[in-house]
Design a protein around this ligand. Structure first.
Ligand code: ATP
Length: 331
């Protein structure tokens, strides 16, 4: 196994809210702390060449986990092994084979041409000249960034900056790359190019990826497996297709009607069937496929008006994940 995470725990010490002004003054001299468990007994293993989506709501513990995988943070308990080594104790050794891309942070120097930043990385990672040139040539062609190399970062658009940062993360032939929101704020053309590049690195070079993103198109187009965490605990670890198969319960029926008796209405006659959208001739309903069935719903509508068109859709992965989190929060 390339990455092994066993009973991983990370606790942060946080200053307690003093509650009143008087207590705030006292707490300046004698601050009170409590312990917050951001990652709570997580286990998973990742094989070389896998691409895994590490997802969860804000504050669920994703970045904390990635920081422990890259050795920035030391676990409170449990163990992380990357290529058989503990990252917090062997940071340099482990990170020689790791690349990191943060959607909201750059590794490039603000004021110097991109190629100069790349040269610094070449020295830092001791990349042989030949290999450096081969990689640079391949990446510039794949992401169409020839004219960007001579430009300082401050003159690049968000999409161009991201392309240059992604190329930077791959120059030293990393075996593992952590991608944190790799397409945040980008236009669809840049997103497409970046996703294509990442897929190619995964397929051809067998680079292992852990992708944290709130954009489920990133996750779906890059990853085959998903790990979902909520409140620091692992909730799902499975192939995306299995998650879809096992949890896709909510269905949507979209109808075009000759006239719509539910126009402007918010309640449908069958309990558990929600009106998502209702206007003039268009009606969109949502229901749980284990509690209701579409034939019963369509028959009821056909008794009241003529149906001109109908389509039935399952959930997308984003809304499936949202439902799993909601269900987990109720526990
Ligand atoms: N240095 C710290 N000290 C105290 N608490 C922290 C610290 N860093 C993170 N936390 C808390 O730990 C929890 C998990 O944070 P983390 O950044 O890992 O979440 P995340 O899943 O990456 O969130 P997001 O999707 O918003 O980036 C949050 O409640 C956060 O407030």
């Amino acid at each position: 196994m390339q990455i092994e995470v066993n009973h991983l725990v990370k606790e942060y010490k946080r200053k307690k809210d003093p509650g009143s002004v008087g207590k705030a003054l006292a707490s300046m001299f004698h601050p009170q702390y409590d312990v917050f468990r951001a990652v709570d007994d997580i286990n998973f293993q990742i094989r070389k060449g896998e691409a895994v989506g590490y997802v969860g709501p804000n504050g669920s513990g994703k970045s904390t986990t990635i920081k422990m995988l890259s050795g920035v943070l030391t676990p409170t308990a449990g163990k992380v092994l990357v290529n058989g080594l503990e990252p917090s104790k062997n940071r340099m050794k482990v990170n020689k084979h790791v690349g990191v891309v943060f959607g909201n942070r750059s590794v490039l120097w603000w004021d110097v041409p991109v190629i100069e930043s790349y040269r610094v990385l070449q020295q830092l990672y001791e990349i042989p000249e030949n290999r450096f040139r081969q990689n640079l040539e391949e990446f510039t062609e794949l992401m169409e960034m020839e004219e960007l190399l001579g430009t300082p970062e401050r003159q690049l658009s968000l999409g161009q900056k991201m392309k240059c940062n992604i190329a930077a993360a791959f120059l030293h032939d990393p075996e593992i790359v952590y991608l944190d929101e790799p397409t945040i704020g980008l236009d669809s053309e840049s997103k497409y190019k970046i996703r294509k590049f990442i897929r190619r690195m995964n397929e051809e070079r067998k680079t292992t990826f852990i992708v944290t993103s709130h954009d489920f198109q990133d996750i779906e187009s890059l990853c085959r497996r998903i790990i979902l965490i909520n409140h620091g605990k692992l909730v799902v670890d499975d192939k995306i297709e299995n998650v879809r198969k096992n949890f896709d319960r909510r269905k949507q029926v979209r109808l075009e009607l000759e006239n719509n008796p539910w126009n402007q209405k918010t309640v449908f006659e069958i309990p558990g069937v929600e009106i998502l959208h209702s206007q003039e001739s268009e009606l969109v309903l949502e229901f749980d496929s284990e509690e209701n069935d579409s034939i019963r719903i369509i028959n009821l509508i056909a008794e009241k008006t003529r149906i001109l068109d109908v389509s039935i859709n399952g959930q997308d992965i984003e809304s499936i994940i949202r439902d799993i989190v909601k269900q987990d929060n109720r526990k």
